[in-house]
Write a protein that binds this ligand. Structure first.
Ligand SMILES: [Zn+2]
Length: 283
């Protein structure tokens, strides 16, 4: 699904300045970050926006040697200011070869405060040709000021093979019922109810809600929406909801007060879907 989202971003041609790939698997996020970068830098992209795989840029991205691709990894235990100064300098000079400059910032949660302040300046007012792709396994450690400027792309692992199709469909239906129930009730009352459950059940609730939102996106991806995708109100709502769910999961894992976390989450879900007739669309 994450890969489909990236494909749709490339297809739409409407590229945001910062994306946050968030998920547990470093290899999945890394592969996706480079696939994304190839699509952004490709000299002759296919009509659907995907990388051709054969041009100079695609080959150089594969070798991780493209002159407009910068990969920033942690040194020792943290991403330090020296690198962020380099990033600042590089971001302010025009691309050498491609239309864009792409910065992949791996394990963004490892940024020092100074480094994230420097990055924040860039994502607040990025030069038009700059795209940041941040990856993280722990979004709760990234300042909200940065996350709020990123499009969050959750990178989930594929379901285990023993999860058969029927079980997945059942879970999908349960997820949609749950989302509807939460949107139809008072956020605070629902928060009281779910805050009383066991920690594992709380995380399961958030995962189910994520599933429900993914299904909404999936249906739209499959119906091949070619219109102005990133400006689409439904899509904006879905993204906003996913970002809220990602944050809630991190808060719950970090033992932040469950009632508070759920109150914020349910209010944010209500706001995300305010303009959408979710009852009609999820049945
Ligand atoms: Zn290419």
């Amino acid at each position: 699904m994450a890969s489909k989202i990236v494909a749709n971003v490339l297809k739409s041609g409407r590229i945001a300045h910062a994306y946050l790939l968030r998920g547990p698997s470093a290899s999945i996020k890394e592969a996706l970050a480079f696939e994304f970068a190839a699509g952004l830098l490709c000299d002759h992209p296919a009509p659907d926006g995907s990388a051709c795989g054969t041009c100079y840029s695609c080959k150089e991205v594969a070798k991780r040697a493209h002159p407009d691709l910068y990969v920033i990894q942690k040194e020792g235990s943290a991403i330090r200011i020296k690198r962020s100064h380099e990033v600042l300098r590089e971001a302010l000079s025009r691309p050498f070869h491609s239309r864009r400059k792409v910065f992949i910032l791996q394990d963004a949660e490892e940024m020092t405060d100074e480094a994230s302040n420097a990055l924040l300046k860039l994502v607040e007012e990025p030069p038009s040709y700059v795209v940041f792709i941040l990856t993280t396994g722990n979004a709760s450690k990234i300042p909200e000021t940065i996350i709020s400027r990123c499009q969050v792309i959750p990178c989930r692992q594929l379901p285990a093979p023993h999860e058969d199709r029927e079980a997945l469909m059942e879970r999908g239906k349960e997820a949609e019922r749950l989302l509807r129930e939460i949107l139809e009730s008072s956020p605070v009352e629902e928060a009281v109810k779910y805050a009383k459950t066991e920690p594992a059940e709380r995380l399961n609730l958030v995962s189910l809600l994520e599933t429900a939102v993914y299904q909404r996106i999936g249906r739209r991806v499959e119906s091949g929406f070619d219109r102005d995708w990133s400006a689409d109100e439904d899509t904006k709502g879905d993204y906003r909801a996913l970002t809220a769910l990602v944050r809630a999961k991190d808060r719950l894992s970090g033992n932040v007060n469950a009632f508070l976390t759920f109150s914020i989450l349910f209010m944010e879900l209500n706001r995300s879907f305010r303009l959408v007739d979710i009852k009609g669309k999820t049945t």
